[in-house]
Design a protein around this ligand. Structure first.
Ligand code: IPE
Ligand code: IPE
Ligand code: MG
Length: 247
C-alpha cells in the first residue's frame, strides 16, 4: 500500500455516540433541563458535519433510550417535539451535505406527527451516500437483540430456519443495524463510563472513548481528540500484538 492511503485507513468507518450531559449543562446555568436539550441540537448538527467531513461513513447517535420514557413527562414531551422541529428544520441541510438519515428503535410509541416526519426525512435523504446517520430513538440494545431473536424464532416455527444452524451472522442480520459494519469508535460525553443499553451486540470490539465534556459543549477540538485517540489504539480482536503488528 502506498503511504498516502495509510493516513485515511485510521479514520473509523462507523462512530457511535451517546450524547449525554444536556440536563447537567442546563442545571449548571440554573436553567431547566429542557434548555440543555435545545442547546444539544446545535452540538448534534456540528458533530454530524464534523464526522462527515472527516470521512466517517456511518454515524450512530443515541438520542432517546427505551428507559428515557421514565423521565418527567414535560421533559419527554419537549424531547419529542424537538425531534419533530429539528427534523423539519435540518433535513434540508442533510440533503445539501449528502447525508442519509435513518431511525432505529421502536417507533410504535411515537406520535403520528413524529412518525410521518421521520418517514419524510428518511425518504428525502434515501439516495444520499456521503454518510449514513442513524438516530437511535426509543432504542435499547436489549430490545434490539430481543426483536431479532423473535424474528429468528418465527422462522424456526414456520420451518424456514433450522435452530441448529443459527449463527452469529444470522442474529446480526436481524438487528436494526443489519448491513452496517460494527462501530469502530464509541464516544460518550458527560463523564459517565457506561453503555446504558446502547448497541450491546455491536460494541463487542469497539474502541471506547469517554470525555467529561457535556454534550452541548462537545467542540471540534474534542471531536478531533476522539479521532486522534482512536488512531493511537491497536485493535487486536483476540490476537496477539505481534500477530496484529505483522499484519
Ligand atoms: C442526554 O442528556 C440526552 C438524553 C438522554 C435525551 P441527559 O438529559 O441525560 O443529561 P444529563 O445526563 O441529565 O446531564
Ligand atoms: C443514555 O443517557 C441515553 C441517551 C443519551 C439518549 P442517559 O442519561 O439516559 O443514561 P444513564 O441513565 O445516565 O445511564
Ligand atoms: Mg444523562
Amino acid at each position: 500500500m502506498p503511504s498516502s492511503t495509510e493516513a485515511t485507513s485510521v479514520i473509523p468507518k462507523h462512530v457511535a455516540i451517546i450524547m449525554d450531559g444536556n440536563g447537567r449543562w442546563a442545571q449548571q446555568r440554573k436553567m431547566p433541563r429542557t434548555y440543555g436539550h435545545k442547546k444539544g441540537v446545535e452540538a448534534t448538527r456540528k458533530a454530524i458535519a464534523f464526522y462527515a467531513r472527516a470521512g466517517v461513513s456511518h454515524l450512530t447517535l443515541f438520542a432517546f433510550s427505551s428507559e428515557n420514557w421514565n423521565r418527567p413527562s414535560e421533559e419527554v414531551s419537549t424531547l419529542m417535539s424537538l425531534f419533530v422541529t429539528s427534523l423539519e428544520k435540518n433535513t434540508g441541510e442533510l440533503i445539501k451535505n449528502g447525508i442519509r438519515i435513518r431511525f432505529i428503535g421502536n417507533r410504535a410509541a411515537f406520535s403520528n406527527k413524529l412518525v410521518k416526519q421521520i418517514e419524510k426525512s428518511e425518504s428525502q435523504t434515501a439516495d444520499n451516500n456521503v454518510m449514513t446517520l442513524n438516530i437511535a430513538a426509543n432504542y435499547g440494545g436489549q430490545w434490539d437483540i430481543l426483536q431479532a431473536a423473535k424474528q429468528l424464532a418465527s422462522k424456526v416455527k414456520n420451518n424456514s430456519l433450522d435452530p441448529e444452524t443459527i449463527s452469529e451472522q444470522d442474529l446480526a442480520a436481524h438487528l436494526s443495524l443489519a448491513g452496517t459494519p460494527d462501530p469502530d469508535l464509541f464516544i460518550r460525553t458527560g463523564g459517565e463510563q457506561r453503555i446504558s443499553n446502547f448497541l450491546l451486540w455491536q460494541l463487542a470490539y469497539t474502541e471506547l472513548f469517554f470525555t467529561d465534556t457535556l454534550w452541548p459543549d462537545f467542540s471540534e477540538l474534542v471531536m478531533q481528540q476522539s479521532l486522534d485517540n482512536y488512531t493511537s489504539r491497536q485493535r487486536r480482536f483476540g490476537k496477539t500484538a505481534e500477530q496484529v503488528g505483522a499484519g
